[in-house]
Design a protein around this ligand. Structure first.
Ligand code: NAD
Ligand code: UD1
Length: 341
């Protein structure tokens, strides 16, 4: 298929490009590099041994986006572009609504101009909010507690309404909403990986920078949570597994109409202490850490029910914790300054 990929130079986008190219798809990337380096695309082409088209532009520029889409004539779009830092979203909500919600509207307008009716969207487990039960299944009520989470829920609503209206108008469309749990790890080559700007806000990139010596110690945000070892539990998913879920979703979008929602996780919970131990093994030394207060807005536990993706998409996660931490360490130790090094 011909696939237009927004945000393709980012962490998840770059890994997905490798899987798309390996599966024989043609890709065209749109990215303004607000949070990525063009070097990621050079490395993707090197890993895949294939060229890819790319355009530096903002998804909010509807006219430019429509011109690219009309030239490329995509069969489907994978929409990664967006802003994702929870704290930044609280400080600057308008930017988050403009890019994540406005950008999605702009993209749909460009797709209409190019006659494209298939989209795979990067949503997040954060749309569920406080768990009413665990694991979260796709029918769990949505009550996001952050600006970022609300932008994702609103974008989901827009996509759902768009697909329904197209269906009623006799021009069926498919919107596949993938709710990612906690992506981590890197491509096995160690050539591409997560490269956050500034101080990492999430556990895995922070741990990786403690391991290289760039940060002094991990602060564990609370050891008094109602979990077996008192630290927060999450469902970490290897980024290559996540990338492959997009290839499966693309195949599904070629047959389906309307909106479908899938959790993308492993279904297994890992605590902060377990992750610290696993990453210390991969890095070959006990990593320094201290106990800090709980982080506002945090959850004790988050875990996915993954049956729907297995049944309908035929996708399930293949990699475990060892592959996640070893690949993350391979990337971080070979590229201690990310793409800037
Ligand atoms: P990322 O920041 O590495 O990638 C996003 C890409 O979008 C970047 O390359 C950035 O430059 C680009 N971008 C941002 N604003 C843009 C704009 N206005 N126009 C064009 N390009 C723009 O993030 P990621 O971790 O790869 O996440 C990809 C998507 O998945 C995001 O939508 C994110 O919200 C979602 N998501 C991520 C996680 C996670 O933990 N990484 C979890 C759930 C959902
Ligand atoms: C974060 C986002 C969430 C997003 C998810 C995707 C916040 C508040 N939430 O959630 O919106 O969907 O990433 O991956 O940012 N931890 C530490 N020390 C650290 C960092 C984290 O102990 O320096 C702990 C946290 O308390 C948590 C676990 O590690 O228990 C994972 O944290 P993080 O990586 O930030 O992910 P989420 O909390 O799931």
């Amino acid at each position: 298929m011909r696939v237009l990929v927004t945000g393709g130079a980012g962490y998840i986008g770059s890994h997905t490009l490798v899987e798309l190219l390996s599966a024989g798809h043609e890709v065209c990337v749109i990215d303004n590099h607000a949070n990525s380096s063009p070097e990621a695309l050079v490395r993707v082409a090197g890993i895949a041994g294939r060229d890819l088209g790319s355009h530096v532009l903002d998804i909010r520029d509807t006219a430019a986006l429509a011109a690219v889409a009309q030239g490329f004539r995509p069969d489907a779009v994978i929409h990664f572009a967006g802003l994702k830092a929870v704290g930044e979203g609280e400080e600057n909500p308008l930017a988050y609504y403009e890019v994540n919600v406005g950008g999605t509207l702009s993209l749909l307008r460009a797709m209409e101009a190019a006659g494209c009716g298939r989209i795979i969207f990067s949503s997040s487990a954060t749309v569920y909010g406080m768990p009413q039960y665990l694991p979260y299944d796709e029918d769990h009520p949505l009550a996001p507690v952050s600006v970022y989470g609300r932008t994702k829920r609103q974008a989901e609503d827009i996509l759902r309404d768009w697909a329904a209206a197209r269906g009623r108008a006799g021009a069926p469309a498919a919107a596949i909403l993938l709710r990612y749990f906690n992506p981590t790890g890197a491509h096995e080559s160690g050539r591409i990986g997560e490269d956050p700007r500034g101080e990492p806000q999430n556990l895995m990139p922070y741990l990786a920078q403690v391991a290289t010596g760039r940060r002094a110690a991990l602060r564990i945000f609370g050891d008094d949570w109602p979990t077996p070892d008192g630290t927060g539990i999450r469902d970490y998913i290897h980024v290559v597994d996540l990338a492959r879920a997009h290839v499966a979703a693309l195949e599904r979008a070629a047959q389906a109409t309307g909106t479908e929602v899938y959790n993308i996780g492993t279904g297994r919970g890992v605590s902060v202490r377990e992750m610290l131990a696993a990453f210390s093994r991969a890095a070959g030394r006990a990593l320094p850490h201290e106990i800090a207060p709980r982080r506002p807005g945090d959850l004790a536990e988050s875990r996915a029910a993954c049956a729907r993706a297995a049944e309908v998409l035929g996708w399930r996660a293949e990699y475990g914790l060892t592959e996640m931490v070893e690949s993350l360490w391979r990337w971080q130790s070979a590229n201690p300054d990310g793409y800037g090094g």
